[in-house]
Design a protein around this ligand. Structure first.
Ligand SMILES: C[S@@+](CC[C@H](N)C(=O)[O-])C[C@H]1O[C@@H](n2cnc3c(N)ncnc32)[C@H](O)[C@@H]1O
Length: 343
């Protein structure tokens, strides 16, 4: 477990100095400023040596730790083992999910991949497995990954007060969507919600946990993701409001009942706008529509697609918000549009 103390910003320096002096500051992680509904505070990473409490501040578990660059970079660790050409190709970043490191390694380093994995494990002693990433494929959004070191690829992590269990070789989990998962957790209170592309519950579990909709239906086509969705519903104790359905949302989405519909899928999301709009109550509701789109069209094409689909069904549209989630690929953005559909 990664430990932190949360302090008001005005107390930050005093507590940090105490942590340095008493040697319980964890220098491998960043000190972060967080904004919550209760106000702003600083998270100061500490080691086990801090005990249960520091002054008036309890030591709590940190859910999504951010690591500082280790004193030596991966390249520096490998400088005596790799040639100049190979060193130039050493990965500069990786994802840590629970106790698993996920790293992209170029072809040229094929025969050094185990050495790279061993080095990464020595840099992050709390991790136990390293997998190589080859990207995400197909409609099921399945990652292509190779186990390099370690025994298991199933992991469990806590994020924003929610538990997620998954197998990193079977399902994707995008770090870049973290803010959107948090944003979704603020919507849906007392509403009927449909998540058409539920995955393992990326967006709908945070919503179920934090906003407690009246009912939330999560639809997922990939049986492997669906199995984790069911497990995550149980782990987060939201069985009473969460109905999982395994199937194709273009065929099984319930019609005419929802106040809000989540469309957290990219590539061909616009093909599903018809069923999404039909899922809303006759009087209307809100869509959260995702699209990957060339940068120059990011503020026009997704909105036009929503309008076109709504007009075809005799509905009106009010665009509430257009947000950039992340850069998806060179020149392409992952956007989300919040739109109100009404009669
Ligand atoms: C890309 S994932 C969502 C990723 C997520 N937003 C995150 O934070 O990492 C979208 C999910 O939609 C599922 N899916 C794709 N087409 C579907 C369909 N027609 N019906 C139901 N689920 C579908 C995929 O299997 C996948 O699990």
């Amino acid at each position: 477990m990664y430990r932190v103390i949360r302090v008001p910003p005005g107390k930050g320096e005093e507590v940090r100095e105490k942590a340095v002096k008493e040697k319980f500051l964890d220098t491998s992680r960043k000190i972060r400023k967080l904004q919550t509904v209760e106000g702003a505070f600083l998270e100061i990473p500490v080691t086990e040596a801090a005990g249960e409490k520091v002054g008036d501040f309890p030591v709590v578990e940190q859910e999504d730790p951010e690591f500082l660059k280790t004193p030596m970079s991966l390249k520096e660790y490998l400088k005596d083992v790799l040639s100049e050409t190979e060193l130039a190709c050493v990965p500069a970043g990786w994802q840590i999910l629970g106790d698993i490191i996920i790293v992209g390694i170029p072809e040229i380093l094929e025969d050094k991949k185990t050495r790279i994995a061993e080095t990464l494990l020595s840099m992050y002693p709390k991790c136990r497995t390293v997998v190589r990433d080859f990207g995400i494929e197909g409609q099921f959004r399945q990652p292509k990954r190779e186990l390099l070191i370690g025994s298991g690829t199933e992991t469990f992590h806590k994020e924003h007060g929610c538990f997620f269990k998954q197998d990193v070789t079977k399902v994707m989990y995008s770090k870049g969507n973290l803010e959107e998962r948090k944003r979704m957790s603020r919507f849906g209170e007392g509403e009927v919600v449909v998540d058409m592309f539920a995955g393992i519950g990326y967006f709908s579990i945070p919503m179920a946990v934090h906003s407690r909709p009246k009912k939330i239906t999560g639809i997922e086509i990939n049986p492997e993701s669906f199995a984790y969705l069911k497990e995550n519903i149980r782990l987060n104790k939201v069985e009473d409001i969460f109905v999982p359905i395994c199937g194709d949302c273009s065929k099984v989405t319930p019609e005419g009942t929802a106040d809000r519909v989540l469309m957290g899928y990219v590539g061909t999301t616009h093909h599903y706008l018809g069923p999404a709009i039909k899922a809303l109550k006759k009087s209307g509701g809100i869509l959260h529509y995702h699209e990957t789109v060339p940068e120059s069209l990011a503020r026009t094409r997704p909105q036009e697609r929503i309008r076109k689909a709504a007009y075809t069904l005799g509905k009106k549209v009010e665009i509430l918000e257009t947000r950039r989630i992340k850069k998806y690929s060179p020149g392409v953005l992952h956007m989300v549009v919040d739109a109100r559909i009404f009669e």
